[in-house]
Design a protein around this ligand. Structure first.
Ligand code: ZN
Ligand code: ZN
Ligand code: FE
Length: 757
């Protein structure tokens, strides 16, 4: 007889890993114990060499779907005489905190039961097991067990209790375990007061097929749903929700249905079916299988698969794709409670599909996309929160990093782990701030962390910064926006620096109080040096120019043509009233209310407006995204550009680029060609600067970060070239955009305080 100690690192908590280990052990004929701890799971196994060998083999072969093994180390230990194999419960605070896993999509076995006419859970919308179901969104405290979830009010029936207590059952310790006899129930309420038939799902499906808008209570909040194939239904939803042109996500029943609507690569398929079940942005097939109104302005279509039995049953009953968008008015947090939803969504929803299991924590759907070959999480929320990141170096004091203004998420870091909170959204109003505060409180509670350091953006006007200023008994550290972007990627890849950070986005306050966003930064965790940037654009009227992108185009041309741009000849400016043109012309001339902005995103706005004749951007990045997709893939020529070495800081000068683009547009060159040549110029200049800087810096890794790197063509072009000679680090599980910066803020704040001693 012999013994082995097996340390498993990875996502192994709350995914049914330990009971699975017990079953594998019993099959292999080994005895021993398994226990959770902060970093993973430790197994001690005893038996014959052959039994141990088969045990180890199986451990690495048929891992539960939601578990991720990063590392598995084995060493020999002395033999112990034990009767069987047991799960040892953990006792320390940190281990308890970690016991709350993210919500997991319904597993194949539970799904099969729900559709099996002979099963006691047929048609039951709240079926789950140890490997799947709600977790984070129902947790009210720690440790994660039934009493500390919103399932505590439901008493398990004898059959469910038996499953729960039997280690051989796949519902062993499944905290939300339930069945039609003892668990939560659905209810369907029509606004017009028509009585329900007693078949909530059937009623809901019937009404959706008639073109109605239904508010559906899901896992982390309410969705607004409607028939995605009906123009009228989608238009009605858009109008009632006050959402101009922003694309809606669409839920499809299965992969086959996803393939009929969009192109799905292998990587994209893996994202679609992953236990996190994010919305995946895919190339639409554009054959009118869904209403044009779903995503009127982009070739991308956000699709996701049902992730609870409720959604699976509903999709089966409706038999067509459904728009499923967060239930809120534009810019407000997602609805959570039945009463709250019914009052806030009055006037939007025709009916409500409700249930009586409370949502403890709001959690929007996550969003992912394969960008230039890399599966990238763009919005990290349901399915990911609160999965930890392991830091290379432990931090000294617990940090709460408050994030940015747009697409806010915060991050709590303590010891060697960091946790993102759920997606909060744009912190532009009081409702969003309240959600932020509530989410921070809850995360601090379930993680047992009391932050001693608050990291925040340098921008004094951000509500996240003001929140940081309002808290007592903490140290505060202001972190530069683009430094934070780069540090997020460094943290994700376990690097301390130095790295050459290329941070391209729309805006972020620089340490000189101007708006940055075309930055080449030499970064360490504790500091950075700005090495190069883009020539600033005058934002006539300030923030208004982000929406009225014609102003950016005007400013570009005013600069490029020395104050005498050929406006009359360009189609774009025919969409703009003469009076507005005159006023903006004067502002640019006199440099009145024209704050300079270095953001590369602004160049995409300006060139996109010109090339596509689009005067307005109706939601963030709309024109820039359209400009990306306008580009002709086969065009390889590039517009010229300059590097301005006359200043203290190296500057990319695209005035020549603008003149060349105007010349092309005036001589009738297609926008697709203009876009491609523009993209190639930005790629070319970025590579040239990076190579110059790297020649001095030596072989340091290059980090690509910032929302502009959602641009497929840019990302591909720059990566392909720089990767020939350098290590190029891109985001994977931390969003490249502002939703990802909180992790970097946390790391930087810790490093800065550490430097101060
Ligand atoms: Zn299951
Ligand atoms: Zn039951
Ligand atoms: Fe940013």
């Amino acid at each position: 007889m012999a013994g082995r100690r097996i340390d498993v690192r990875g996502t192994v908590q709350g995914v049914g890993f330990r009971p699975w280990v017990v079953r594998v052990a019993e099959r292999s004929g080994v005895t021993g114990r398994v226990r959770n701890h902060a970093r993973g799971v430790t197994i001690e196994a005893f038996g014959s060499e052959q039994a141990l060998l088969s045990f180890l083999e199986e451990l690495q072969r048929d891992t539960p779907a939601a578990a991720r093994l990063f590392e598995l180390s084995v060493r020999s230990i002395g033999d112990e005489a034990l009767r069987g194999f047991e799960i040892v419960t953990s006792s320390s605070e940190g281990d308890k905190a970690l016991s709350i896993p993210p919500d997991l999509a319904t597993c194949a076995e539970c799904e099969a039961e729900v559709f099996d006419a002979s099963n006691r859970r047929r048609g039951y919308a709240f079926t789950n097991c140890t490997a799947c179901g709600p977790r984070f969104t129902i947790a009210t405290g720690i440790p994660y067990d039934r009493e500390a979830t919103t399932m505590s009010g439901f008493e398990m029936c004898a059959a469910c209790r038996r499953e729960y207590e039997d280690v051989r059952d796949r519902r062993f310790h499944a905290q939300p375990n339930a069945c039609p006899d003892c668990g939560p129930r659905l209810a369907f309420v029509r606004v017009d007061g028509q009585g329900p038939s007693g078949e909530p799902l059937g009623d809901c499906a019937a009404l959706l097929k008639e073109g109605a808008v239904v508010a559906i209570k899901g896992l982390g909040g309410f969705h607004l749903a409607c028939d995605a194939t009906s123009d009228a239904a989608v238009r009605a939803l858009r109008a009632r929700k006050h959402r101009d042109e922003k694309p809606f996500a669409v839920m499809v029943a299965d992969l086959a249905s996803a393939r009929s609507l969009a192109e799905v690569s292998e990587d994209e398929e893996a994202l679609l079916v992953s236990p996190e079940r994010p919305i995946v942005l895919l190339r639409s097939r554009r054959d009118d299988a869904v209403a044009r109104e779903v995503s009127p302005d982009t070739p991308l279509l956000g699709l996701f698969l049902p992730y609870t039995p409720l959604h699976q049953l509903l999709m089966a009953a409706v038999g067509r794709p459904l728009v499923m968008t967060s239930a809120n008015l534009s810019d407000e947090p997602i609805c959570r409670d039945n009463e709250e939803a019914m009052s806030r969504l009055a006037g939007i929803a025709d009916a409500f599909l409700l249930h009586d299991r409370d949502i403890a924590m709001r959690c929007d759907d996550s969003v992912a996309r394969v960008i230039a070959g890399m599966p990238t999480v763009m919005r990290r929320s349901r399915g990911f929160v609160p999965r930890p990141f392991y830091l290379e170096k432990p931090i000294a004091q617990p940090v709460l990093a408050c994030g940015a203004h747009l697409k806010n998420t915060f991050c709590i870091a303590a010891g060697d782990t960091a946790y993102f909170g759920p997606h909060i959204g744009d912190l532009g109003n009081l409702a969003a701030l309240e959600f932020f505060e509530e989410a921070v409180d809850r995360m601090e509670a379930i993680l047992c962390v009391r932050p001693e350091v608050l990291a925040h953006d340098l921008h004094p006007g951000y509500l996240s910064t003001r929140y940081a200023m309002s808290r007592d008994d903490v140290k505060r550290v202001g972190v530069q926006h683009h430094h934070a972007h780069v540090a997020s990627a460094m943290a994700e890849h376990g690097r301390d620096g130095p790295v050459l950070g290329i941070a391209f986005d729309g805006t972020g306050l620089g340490s000189d109080r101007s708006s940055w966003g075309g930055e080449f930064l030499l970064c360490f965790a504790s500091g950075f040096e700005r090495l190069a940037t883009f020539r600033p654009i005058a934002l006539a009227g300030g923030d208004v120019a982000m929406h009225e992108v014609w102003r950016i185009a005007y400013a570009l041309l005013h600069d490029a043509f020395d104050g005498a741009p050929p406006l009359e000849a360009l189609a774009l400016f025919r969409h703009v009233p003469d009076e507005s043109l005159r006023i903006v012309g004067q502002m640019l001339e006199r440099e009145l209310n024209t704050p300079p902005a270095h953001g590369v995103g602004r160049y995409f706005d300006g060139f996109g407006a010109l090339g596509l004749n689009r005067a307005l951007s109706r939601h963030e990045g709309q024109v820039a995204i359209a400009w990306d997709f306008a580009a002709d893939d086969v065009v390889e020529e590039s517009y010229p550009f300059d590097l301005d070495r006359s200043r203290s800081l190296l500057q990319v000068d695209l005035r020549k680029t603008a003149r060349a683009a105007v010349e092309d547009l005036l001589s009738g060159v297609l926008p697709s060609v203009v876009s491609a040549r523009f993209h190639n110029a930005v790629i070319g200049v970025t590579i040239q600067i990076a190579r110059e800087l790297l020649a001095d810096l030596g072989r340091v890794p290059v980090v690509l970060t910032g929302g502009v790197f959602h641009n497929e063509r840019l990302c591909r072009g720059i990566t392909r070239e720089l990767a020939k000679d350098y290590e190029v680090l891109r985001h994977r599980e931390v969003p490249p955009g502002d939703g990802g910066i909180a992790l970097g803020q946390a790391l930087i704040a810790d490093a800065i305080l550490g430097d101060k001693g």
